[in-house]
Design a protein around this ligand. Structure first.
Ligand code: NAD
Length: 253
């Protein structure tokens, strides 16, 4: 089955890789829904965009959780799955990578910004919700470490928030439109490490399939799109992608 996926990668004209939190668990960043995942310890209802806007206490809690996640992400290194996807780009075998992840590990692995669509934003920046001024996360981290609990914009006094998409927050328009366009135009669509329950991102494989793409799913557990996929590989992302790329290199040295 992994050899068949490799053949498809070599033959395809426009391969879109679509990843979720499961691609980064082997780097030590927990996903949301697995046992021990983030939402088994925090209540997702509490960390909505609406709550963030509504109360200082909610913002303080949001930044507390954010700092915990950021520390984990900063220390993390790309794993075999990230490296395999970066290798696909280097070999000219990747139309684009659509990621739901906010951890920036694809860039550490070697993917370039031109090929990556971050539909749920990134933890690497912080944005002012009023004037849109952009800060590096490390700069804000220093302010938090120095005792600020809820940082505000030094230009306009507006609320600062990590440049990630919180529950209830609108998706970034340009990235979302581009992700749908590229999915519809793909002839091979590979989902890796996503439960495919978060919408609208989970629509992307359906759009790809409806427009004629060959749909591959690589995931440890069942997903909502298994029944429409052409190939489902149930397993870990790192070892699967490593083996797929080994076959690819045999076929296309
Ligand atoms: P999810 O938590 O809903 O699902 C993750 C899926 O990955 C599960 O189905 C699980 O079976 C699978 N999985 C876990 N480890 C795996 C591995 N090593 N190999 C293969 N499969 C594995 O995550 P999701 O569908 O991506 O959606 C949740 C949202 O969480 C996303 O929108 C994303 O923005 C956010 N998120 C991001 C990060 C990150 O940036 N690393 C981490 C947690 C959550």
């Amino acid at each position: 089955m992994l050899r068949q996926i490799a053949e498809k990668i070599v033959q395809a004209q426009r391969t879109v890789v679509f990843v979720g939190a499961g691609v980064s668990t082997e780097s030590g960043i927990p996903d949301f829904r697995s046992p021990g995942g983030i939402w088994t310890r925090f209540d997702p209802e509490e960390f909505t965009y609406q709550n963030f806007l509504a109360s200082e206490r909610a913002r303080e809690r949001y930044w507390q959780l954010g700092r915990e996640i950021y520390a984990l992400i900063k220390a993390a290194q790309p794993n075999a799955a990230h490296l395999a996807i970066a290798e696909m780009e280097r070999m000219g075998l990747l139309d684009c990578l659509i990621t739901q992840n906010i951890d920036g590990l694809h860039f550490k692995a070697g993917n370039t910004p031109e090929k990556v669509i971050e539909i749920h934003g990134t933890v690497m920046y912080v944005l002012c919700l009023t004037c849109r001024k952009r800060y590096s996360r490390d700069e804000i981290e220093l302010r938090l470490a120095a005792g600020e609990k809820v940082p505000r914009c030094d230009e306009c006094g507006g609320l600062l928030k990590p440049a990630t998409v919180a529950f209830g927050q609108p998706m970034p328009e340009r990235e979302t439109a581009e992700a749908f366009r590229r999915s519809a135009a793909s002839d091979l669509f590979i989902c890796i490490g996503s439960s495919l329950v978060v919408h609208p991102a989970a629509q992307l494989p359906v759009v790809a399939k409806d427009n004629g793409a060959f749909l591959v799913i690589i995931n440890r557990d069942p997903t909502t799109c298994d029944s429409i996929a052409d190939v489902v590989h149930r397993g870990l992302a790192g070892p699967a992608m490593e083996e797929i790329m080994r076959y690819v290199k045999e076929m296309k040295p």
